[in-house]
Design a protein around this ligand. Structure first.
Ligand SMILES: [Ca+2]
Length: 78
């Protein structure tokens, strides 16, 4: 029984890491000029993201950092 718990916590750990990696990959994919930030220009092909831009941009500098992107996904999708 203990082994099962161990295995399932390992599984959780790996799936958590996989999710984190996925967020980074999505961010890098959207960050077409590789500036490390997402701007409204870069989100133009993603109208559903662009329409919620102000909700993501917590510090209102008109660009989305990886931290803001992660926070947004964490708070809204999971
Ligand atoms: Ca920002």
């Amino acid at each position: 029984m203990k082994i099962l718990t161990f295995v399932s916590s390992l599984f959780l750990l790996f799936s958590f890491n996989a999710a984190a990696l996925d967020v980074k990959q999505r961010f890098d994919h959207l960050d077409s000029n590789k500036s490390g930030y997402l701007t409204q220009d870069e989100l133009e092909p993603q109208p559903q993201l662009l329409s919620t831009f102000v909700m993501w941009d917590k510090n209102q500098d008109n660009q989305i950092s990886l931290v803001e992107f992660k926070n947004y996904l964490t708070n809204n999708l999971y």
